[in-house]
Design a protein around this ligand. Structure first.
Ligand code: PEP
Ligand code: MN
Length: 339
């Protein structure tokens, strides 16, 4: 249920409605909008009596929420959320490019790649210090040393860094170093990790689970927002299908659907969807055309020597081509939107 206040409502009238919601044992979540405040009602067990709130001064309307998720939905907030990461806005009207290797392997590797992707147009650097690997015998990441390397990359290039937290045990440590915390596909329904991310003050990227429906993915984001962290970025990274021509199937219709359902920024990771370098640029073009607010792309200067995901990593020169092409595509759509 959503209580929509009149644009003339005073702060005291908003406060009175919040108090009335809380007096009933529910949670009130005021959502400031461009023109008026709405107050979301959360944690109600049964139906909420709309007429009770309609009588309060300053209340314009009481609207039932039809979706299972609330805070992430456009029913709760119609305007797009834009998240600020350093100097970089993520969301509506912006195209944010995140690039870097799958895993942090050494300082020399990261600095070389970071300087290359920055020159090409990347805004944020990515690299895993803790890696979720299918095999326990595969490279698991450098751990805290990897995080220290990311901090040096930030110092050297000025780029904010994105890195993954694998579990609640290492969340505090990752949070200390990261500018944006990634929750990987395999952890999309790790509810204790989502709750911990909900208590963070850092933006969080939630990657779509390998076989997650859109509702499940949005519910994962809802966990984080319910905890109080409104800085959530959704990332489509391909889902598992019967196809063998790519590692996963990039679900671009999910991007279109989520942009309609949710006000949160949605980005696309074409690298893990493709699993192979030759599909990354074509998928990136399509992602931008469908309305993605950004891309997260794996880039390596020596992919044949990479300790993980070398086959899907672009060479820095290819990333430069990608940036040029997708900027042109993005500009066409911006122009179309403005006429
Ligand atoms: C990654 O970003 O390196 C990664 C492991 O991605 P995903 O969780 O989407 O598989
Ligand atoms: Mn990877």
């Amino acid at each position: 249920m959503l209580v929509v206040m009149s644009y003339r409502a005073t702060p005291e009238e908003v406060e009175a409605v919040v108090a009335a919601i809380e007096a009933k044992g529910y949670t009130a979540r005021p959502i400031p909008g461009g023109e008026r405040v709405a107050i979301g009602i959360l944690h109600n067990k049964g139906a909420v009596e709309a007429s009770h709130f309609l009588g309060f001064p300053g209340v314009k309307d009481v609207i039932p929420v039809t979706r299972p998720y609330k805070l992430v939905s456009r029913e709760f907030q119609s305007e797009d959320t834009v998240i600020q990461v350093g100097d970089t806005p993520v969301g509506s009207g912006h195209l944010t490019l995140i690039a870097g290797p799958c895993a942090v392997e050494s300082e020399e590797q990261c600095i070389t790649i970071a300087r290359g992707v920055k020159a090409a147009g990347a805004h944020l650097f990515r690299g895993g210090a803790f890696k979720p690997r299918t095999s326990p015998y595969s490279f698991q990441g450098l751990g805290e040393e990897g995080l220290r390397i990311l901090a040096r990359v930030r110092e050297d290039t000025g780029m904010p860094v994105v890195t993954e937290s694998l579990d609640t045990d290492n969340f505090d440590l990752v949070e200390e170093y990261a500018d944006v915390i990634q929750i990987g596909a395999r952890n999309m329904q790790n509810f204790s990790l989502l709750r911990r991310a909900g208590r963070s003050h850092k933006p969080v990227i939630v990657k779509r689970g390998l076989a997650a429906t859109i509702d499940e993915w949005l519910m994962a984001a809802e966990y984080i927002m319910e905890g109080g962290n409104t800085q959530v970025i959704l990332c489509e990274r391909g889902v598992r299908t019967f196809a063998h021509h790519s590692r996963n199937t990039l679900d671009l219709s999910a991007v279109a659907a989520v942009c309609k359902e949710s006000h949160l920024p949605v980005i696309v990771d074409p690298s893990h969807a493709a699993g192979r370098r030759d599909q990354v640029i074509p998928l990136s073009r399509a992602a931008v055309a469908v309305g993605s607010h950004g891309l997260m792309v794996e880039v390596h200067h020596k992919p044949e020597e990479a300790l993980s995901d070398g086959a899907q990593s672009l060479y820095p020169e290819q990333f430069e081509v990608l940036c040029r092409e997708i900027r042109a595509i993005f500009d066409v759509f911006q122009l179309a939107d403005s006429v």
